[in-house]
Design a protein. Structure first.
Length: 95
């Protein structure tokens, strides 16, 4: 299997740019719709969601890659073990 690091890096950068621009547009829209007084509550909710993404520690992307490799090798049991381990890890982190 050939890994294309340049393509993966470019797509990762593109994802970050699109996410940033989307959040900027969303923030402008929400501030117009909700008004200044309710934007703080909305920002608190968004910050809480962002904190949970940081706590993920990149496990989602790593899990996605490992499951794909296991399934490509026709090893369904290993893919299931990866998923079970991820659920246990996330459960311990958030408990």
């Amino acid at each position: 299997m050939k890994l294309n690091i340049r393509l993966n890096s470019a797509l990762s950068v593109a994802e970050s740019v699109v996410n940033g621009l989307s959040l900027f547009a969303l923030y402008a829209y929400v501030s117009r719709v909700l008004g200044v007084s309710d934007v703080g509550i909305w920002a608190l909710v968004v910050a809480t969601g962002s904190l949970s993404r940081i706590a993920d520690l990149g496990m989602g992307q790593g899990l996605q890659r490992q499951i794909a490799l296991a399934l490509a090798a026709d090893n369904r049991a290993l893919a299931i073990r990866y998923i079970e381990t991820a659920f246990l890890t996330v459960g311990l982190l958030y408990a």
